[in-house]
Design a protein around this ligand. Structure first.
Ligand code: NAD
Ligand code: UFG
Length: 351
């Protein structure tokens, strides 16, 4: 298939491009580079062994820019990563988050349908479950109250895409609810490159290990978890990338014509994408130190506002229906995160 990859220069997008090409697909990337660097795409091309990844610097809110891309290429599907994702920033700048993530997606979807491309995989998040009513979380777990505007953009966009699919059954919508992506490609050439002080645990750990920050603050050790620190479902980004390729099968004609499935069920697909294992903050720190032989000083800090105690999924549906399951474990995650950070202490060089 030829795939439009929005936000393809970012962390998950770059890893997904590799999996797409490995599986024989081709891709065109659009990205406004607001949180990414074109060097990442050059490195993806090197890893794949092609001269370059087709790339257009276009903002998904720019209707004319999108029209041009669709006039020049024919797409079988869109994998839609583009969006702002910093939880704390979204509390400071809610308008910017709603406008970029929701406004941008509305323009994208409108241009897609005008050009007859009605297959979309959307990057959703475990955050839409709020404080989940069941652990492990299945896809039937009700959506919850989000604690920040970023989370609400994901929750609302799920609703927008479901309603659009319902009104026009030609749409095939896949909502992938990611748990906590970490790790990096085994080459160490691409990885997560946060701006400023990392919000997320793994890039903070790697920046402490490489000497850019003095110590990790562990946000709370009085949660009702085995060691008191927060438990999450960390997933290797290469596994997450592979889940997108597996999800393309939702668009296969045979699948859409499956007898016995309701119209809605075959055209709207929702999957948790995690490993099903919950690890605490201290489990992650200890694994990182053990596998990589580096020191990660830490101290216990107060809880972070909006955090929940425990979040991990039951990924059985993705295995049963997509034939996808995570292959990498915690040791792979911490090893590959460290390789990327060690080889690129300051992230990507300027283009
Ligand atoms: P990322 O910031 O590395 O990648 C997102 C990309 O989108 C960036 O390259 C950015 O420049 C681009 N972008 C942002 N707004 C745009 C716009 N208006 N037009 C065009 N491009 C735009 O983030 P990521 O970690 O790769 O996440 C990809 C997607 O997955 C996002 O939608 C994110 O919300 C979602 N997600 C991420 C996580 C996570 O922990 N990383 C968890 C759940 C869901
Ligand atoms: N943590 C620390 N210290 C830090 C950073 C994090 O102790 O410096 C702890 C948190 O309190 C939490 C765990 O590490 O217990 C994971 O925190 P992250 O910030 O890495 O991840 P979250 O689970 O809070 O959220 C992430 C993304 C969200 C996404 C969610 C589910 O940031 O965007 O996973 O996919 F919605």
């Amino acid at each position: 298939m030829n795939i439009l990859v929005t936000g393809g220069a970012g962390f998950i997008g770059t890893h997904t491009l590799i999996e797409l090409y490995k599986a024989g697909h081709t891709a065109v990337v659009i990205d406004n580079l607001s949180n990414s660097n074109p060097v990442a795409l050059q490195r993806v091309a090197e890893i794949i062994g092609i001269s370059q990844i087709p790339f257009c610097k276009v903002d998904i809110r720019d209707r004319e820019g999108l029209e041009k891309v669709f006039a020049e290429h024919k797409f079988d599907a869109c994998i839609h990563f583009a969006g702002l994702k910093a939880v704390g920033e979204s509390v400071e700048k809610p308008w910017e988050y709603y406008e970029n993530n929701i406004g941008g997606t509305l323009v994208l979807v409108d241009v897609m349908r005008k050009h007859g491309c009605k297959n979309i995989i959307f990057s959703s998040s475990a955050t839409i479950y709020g404080d989940p009513v069941e652990i492990p979380i299945t896809e039937n777990c009700p959506k919850g109250q989000c604690t920040n505007p970023y989370g609400w953009t994901k929750s609302m966009l799920e609703q927008v895409l479901m309603d659009i699919q319902k009104a026009d059954p030609e749409w095939n919508v896949v909502l992938l609810r990611y748990f906590n992506p970490v790790g990096a490609h085994q080459s160490g050439r691409i990885g997560e490159n946060p701006n400023g002080i990392p919000n997320n645990l793994m890039p903070y750990i790697t920046q402490v290990a490489v000497g850019k920050r003095t110590e990790l603050g562990v946000f709370g050790n009085d949660y009702p978890t085995p060691d008191g620190t927060g438990v999450r479902d960390y997933i290797h980004v290469c596994d997450l990338a592979a889940a997108h390729v597996a999800a393309l099968k939702c668009f296969a004609v045979e699948r859409l014509e499956v007898k016995g499935e309701t119209e809605e069920a075959s055209h709207l697909n929702i999957y948790n994408v995690g490993t099903g294992n919950g690890y605490s903050v201290l489990d992650m720190v200890k694994a990182f130190v053990r596998v990589n032989g580096v020191n990660v000083p830490y101290s216990i800090k107060p809880r972070r506002a909006g955090d929940i105690a425990t979040c991990y999924c039951n990924p059985a549906k993705a295995k049963a229906e997509l034939g996808w399951e995570a292959r990498y474990g915690i040791d792979d995650m911490v090893r590959d995160s460290w390789r990327w950070q060690k080889q690129n202490p300051d992230g990507y060089p300027e283009d």
